[in-house]
Design a binder for this molecule. Structure first.
Ligand SMILES: *Cc1c(COP(=O)(O)O)cnc(C)c1O
Length: 494
């Protein structure tokens, strides 16, 4: 399948090429030439499949150039790293509400679902494209991507990975997870600033043609593991199908019934995968976009204007502390009727004046698929407390934002469609704030917090976190944004 850029000036002849390139040469994002379809017959067949088989079914619709048997093996291997080999178990909370727990992987956040598979997609993709160069992955992270990417790519053949995170923008556990990363091909550096600073620094390196040429001479090419990479996006499409199949299997819905999904959103990758699932024929009702105080998306869906000229807040759901949601570009491309020129112009406006607007017609069309709202930090903590008291279920600080917005949506619309909330992180990853929401008294030390949270909730502490305590801190470098390129060049030389 051919891939086109959202900005219309470049394309990729196949999915493998789109994945290896990461970002299109014109600065746009790769999108499939058309959306492959999954019929109700195929959906029916997926009900009895395990997760890896479901994944292979969905993925191969896009990744036609990959051998299907081999892809299935890669999925089995990737998802064997999750508890019970299931990256997306669905838990019923009340009559119409379900939580899809996407955090049972190696790093306890939903990004593992894509990043356990991406190394295969990338390495194999390079082989398919006949690329012999070493691949250097650069990642800007608001916390969870970094660790999940490092864990996925550590000691991968022919690949090096370098991760940048905002020095003051991640939780203690997230920082510790990254600083203690093992592997000979990895590097982790903190950048002074927020996530957008990190993302911009990395994007600038990606789009610098001179650096690209110099590196190629040294036998190195760049690729990205950020959610701009189609290889990150496509594995996330699977779990929307998987949740739907599980709801049929448990008798909650019949095939063809609509299901709503609520997604705690930052870079717009996770929820966009739901939009892709809908375009492929999955009966999705509303996609509910939940934001924290950085509510640029809420405003966008309400007003049709995306405007980053606003204050940036550091919140207790740091993985959603984002003003520039990169993947929104893919949505507005679709919404404009795939008008690449218009999309390129809007992105240029965003860069020069920090905003752009949709037409009224586009805005109205969007509200058919999406509902958006936000909640502040106090409401987030209240929601954690309420859900714990009422159902004995512990939410993390990101998922709680989603549950809060789901409640707002239901109060407002009286919609009683079965609704799946995507749970994106283990509560233990944000133990301090989760604990303070249900208990009040909070120890300073992150591990003491985890133990206390266990005492209060009886939910076992994940082994991955216990192990961190005794690991060596390997990466402690902090740099200014302007030093990013030098840090990359230094790492390549090593
Ligand atoms: C990355 C992340 C998000 C945001 O997902 P996007 O795909 O960037 O919208 C939400 N919650 C957690 C825990 C995350 O790690």
């Amino acid at each position: 399948m051919k891939f086109v850029s959202t900005r219309g000036q470049s394309e990729a002849s196949c999915s493998a090429s789109a994945i290896v390139k990461g970002l299109a040469e014109d600065g746009g994002l790769f999108v499939p030439e058309k959306f492959p379809q999954i019929s109700f017959d195929e959906l029916n067949q997926m009900i009895d499949m395990d997760y890896a088989e479901r994944a292979c079914t969905v993925l191969h619709k896009y990744l036609e150039e990959y051998d299907k048997e081999e892809l299935l093996c890669a999925c089995e291997k990737a998802y064997s790293k999750f508890e019970d080999c299931d990256p997306a178990p669905v838990v019923k909370i009340d009559e119409n509400t379900f939580i899809m727990e996407l955090f049972h992987g190696p790093t306890l956040a939903f990004k593992d679902v894509a990043l356990t598979l991406l190394p295969y997609l990338l390495r194999k993709g390079a082989d398919i494209c006949g690329i012999k160069e070493q691949i250097l992955i650069l990642v800007a992270t608001s916390g969870d991507t970094g660790k999940a990417a490092l864990e996925g790519f550590k000691d991968a053949q022919g690949i090096k990975i370098m991760v940048f995170y905002p020095s003051e923008g991640v939780s203690d556990m997230q920082k510790l997870q990254m600083c203690t990363q093992e592997g000979d091909n990895v590097n982790v550096v903190a950048i002074k600033g927020n996530f957008d600073d990190c993302q911009t620094a990395v994007k600038n390196i990606f789009s610098d043609k001179k650096i690209e040429r110099e590196l190629k001479e040294k036998g190195v090419i760049f690729s990205s593991a950020n959610s701009m990479n189609f290889g990150r996006l496509v594995p996330q499409v699977t779990y929307y199908f998987s949740a739907y199949c599980d709801l049929i299997a448990s008798g909650e819905i019949k095939i063809g019934d609509k299901v709503n999904f609520v997604v705690p959103t930052g870079n717009f990758g996770n929820i966009l995968a739901g939009y892709y699932a809908k375009q492929m024929g999955l009966p999705v009702g509303k996609l509910i976009c939940a934001s924290n105080d950085n509510n640029v998306l809420t405003e966008f869906f309400a007003s049709g204007t995306y405007d980053i000229n606003r204050e940036f807040y550091k919140t207790i759901s740091p993985s959603m502390d984002i003003l520039i949601s990169s993947n929104l570009e893919r949505l507005i491309f679709e919404q404009s009727g795939r008008d690449a020129k218009l999309t390129a112009n809007r992105m240029a406006e965003l860069k020069t004046k920090g905003n752009y607007s949709l037409t009224d017609k586009e805005k109205t069309a969007l509200s058919k698929d999406f509902f958006a709202d936000f909640c502040d930090q106090l409401e987030c903590k209240e929601t954690i407390g309420e859900v714990f008291d009422e159902y004995g279920y512990l939410l993390d600080t990101h998922t709680a934002v989603a549950v809060n917005v789901k409640n707002t949506y239901c109060d407002y619309t009286k919609d009683n469609t079965p609704t799946v909330v995507l749970s994106t992180a283990s509560p233990y990853k944000f133990a301090k704030d989760v604990l303070s929401a249900i208990n009040g008294k909070v120890p300073e030390d992150a591990f003491k917090c985890a133990n206390k949270l266990y005492e209060v909730s009886a939910l076992p502490v994940p082994d991955q976190l216990v192990a961190l305590k005794t690991k060596e801190k390997r990466f402690t470098q902090i740099i200014n944004r302007t030093e990013t390129l030098n840090a990359v060049i230094e790492f390549i030389g090593k």
